[in-house]
Design a protein around this ligand. Sequence first.
Ligand code: LLP
Length: 472
Amino acid sequence: MLPAVDSLVPEWLVVPDDPNDLADGVWPSSARRNADGVLDVAGVSATALAQTYGTPLLVLDEDEARGRARRFRTAFERAAAEHNTTAQVYYAGKAFLCTTVARWVVDEGLRVDVCTGGELAVALAAGVAPGTIGFHGNNKSVVELERAVEVGVGTIIVDSAIEIERLAAITARLDVRQRVLVRVISGVHAETHDFLATAHEDQKFGFPFAEAETAVARIRELPGLEFAGLHCHIGSQIFGVAGFRESASRVLDLHTTLLEGGAVPQLNLGGGFGIAYTRVDDPTPIDELAAGIVAAVAEGCAARGISVPALSFEPGRAIIGTAGVTIYEVGTTKDVTVESGQDRRYVSVDGGMSDNARPALYGAQYSARLASRAGTGAPQLSRVVGKHCESGDIVVDHEYLPNDLAPGDLLAVPATGAYCVSLASNYNHVPRPPVVAVRKGNSTVIVHGETIDDLLARDAGIDGASGSARHQ
Ligand code: LLP
């Protein structure tokens, strides 16, 4: 029996009736336990996946990702049509990008948002039409900008006065015209972890309103640039419509002022839509979000007597996050008595902060379940930790797992599709995991896992390592 008030347990974590259950909305909707109690995702068992590909392993449910992409597009398109405008949805590739995922989202009618030359290269390699790509970044290099303009990227979201001059020179040299949006800071602070909010005034992204007016005036006088409108992204993992409503209202003031000097055809409100990482997270349904945000923009336009611009949005996490499940193997367990009579079980897995840095970076909370079988033991307060030489190497800070969990069991962590593999590192020379897509009982590698040889290949001090050639 657990004590009634347990100081080791955060208030939001309740003892589950069944420590094998799979919370709705946290797992891909295809996730279930099969007749043997093994976790299945899209009809593929965790044990088969681990046997074929090893662990750790990121599994992506293709239909979950496609379904979410489709729901975002149709919800925003429908909401926009109700207010006599259009909406375009860009997939924010920073959440997770490889050619296969880029093709899934394009297939579902989305565009792709990239923020580096590397992400641009992946999108182009996937065959994404350059005209449907948006290019972000506060420090795009001249080489990156040249490449983007040369290949005909649809929109470049400009972030500084220096970038405007770089683009002026590039477009003049290439004798082309480039469509640009101007990223502004609305001052709205999304209710989220401080590191994730990108709309603070004291931060690196975008133009404050007063400077944005000057930037737009400059763009309008440059023959090589076509001013298409404003962009504003208020942060990440945001629930509800209120933050977007407030931000849109402020941006529409500037939008209205800019209309005095010429056309402002578009408004891009960025991404940041939250997902459920644990059962207590309650994200707003996509339809409701889209209807609420678009209605807020339409009301704001009506109040200012202007027509509703063409709208765009850039969800990343809300498309790919819930499609991902990471599978680890349990290596060791250790019971630590933290206070007298209060134990926490440390469950060490074969990955950690190298494949999911979010708990260490942001204090992000996740959940976990025994995947290779249904446990038979009572719920035991546990902390899932990685194999790295750092005490902050936590995968799941607080979870109840069956107390018969043992070395060799597989453990699954849901909602790891976004910002886990994309933020992965080789800390402690741990190779990065493979990514495997699952659909209708089949699995396919979509990103190869790294090997120790891959790591050694970059070490210029090893005879014959390709790294030495690479850096000459
Ligand atoms: N558009 C812009 C301009 C952005 O900066 C971002 C995210 C997005 C769209 C997509 O946001 P999403 O819908 O995925 O929340 N590494 C952090 C998140 C950083 C987000 C950066 N920008 C994390 O793991 O939570």
